[in-house]
Design a binder for this molecule. Structure first.
Ligand SMILES: C[S@@+](CC[C@H](N)C(=O)[O-])C[C@H]1O[C@@H](n2cnc3c(N)ncnc32)[C@H](O)[C@@H]1O
Length: 237
């Protein structure tokens, strides 16, 4: 369903992943996030390279289930459990109905990802989710993920990022706005969505991500993909 959520909005409230957003989410994310399709496709490589048999794969902030689906369809092993988590009841229902006949050994749970006890994980994915977690809780979450990973296991974090240099920030923001215009969003829709989401989606710069991985204990981390102001990081235990 086409995302027209902000086409006529005047009374703006903070953005939430409610029933209306769930209906248009797949269209919204593709038209708003440059490189989204590549981020999903990368899961094929990730699961073949880092997935270990008899371990768990976690998809945190799973939304409609695109990451879990890509992990499940490309998994070369037999004995993995894919655990998708989201704290939006409507997202969880949609994820369940999207994936129930498509992949095996899969469960979706409705819970706050900060409350998960990670166990025996060879893959943990935070695709566009950490940016919605309270910044004060982010380090603890990454620490817990590190503790729950097996040696050689990977954490994938994909996020909108900001740049400290004001000129760079302006340049990349302008390009992102052009990306949205090119995908059919009007000036009104762009401005309204921005106003609705600005208190909810809190970005970090790249260095903050690398520092957080290091503090958690990751021996190596790298940015494997960037498209405009969206970047994806791999941190291997
Ligand atoms: C932008 S979407 C993620 C997109 C999805 N990972 C994908 O690749 O299509 C962010 C999701 O994170 C969920 N979320 C945000 N904070 C959360 C939290 N603390 N616990 C669980 N889910 C959370 C939201 O409900 C939403 O579905």
């Amino acid at each position: 369903m086409r995302d027209e959520l902000f086409s006529g909005k005047i009374d703006l409230v903070d953005f939430t992943f409610d029933k209306q957003v769930v209906k248009v989410f797949d269209d919204m994310v593709r038209r708003s996030v440059p490189g989204y399709q590549t981020l999903i496709e990368m899961m094929g490589l990730v699961v073949k390279t880092y997935g270990q048999d008899n371990t768990n794969f976690y998809d945190l902030g799973a939304s409609t289930g695109a990451i879990s689906l890509a992990l499940g369809l490309n998994n070369p092993h037999q004995n993995n459990r894919i655990i998708a988590a989201d704290n939006s009841v409507n997202m969880v229902k949609k994820c369940q109905s999207n994936l129930k006949d498509k992949i095996v050994n899969f469960k979706v749970v409705c819970m706050d990802i900060n409350d998960i006890c990670f166990e025996n994980a060879s893959i943990v994915v935070l695709n566009l989710t950490l940016q919605f977690v309270n910044p004060e809780q982010r380090q603890d979450l990454i620490n817990k993920i590190y503790q729950g990973l097996t040696p050689g296991g990977v954490l994938v974090v994909s996020e909108k990022i900001h740049f400290d240099d004001p000129k760079q920030q302006q340049q990349i923001t302008d390009l992102h706005l052009d990306f949205k215009r090119a995908n059919g969003y009007s000036e009104l829709e762009i401005a309204a969505k921005r106003q609705s989401i600005e208190n909810v989606l809190i970005t970090d710069n790249m260095q903050t991500h690398f520092d957080r991985f290091e503090v958690a204990g990751f021996s190596q981390s790298l940015c494997h993909f960037q498209c405009l102001n969206f970047a994806s990081f791999l941190a291997v235990k």
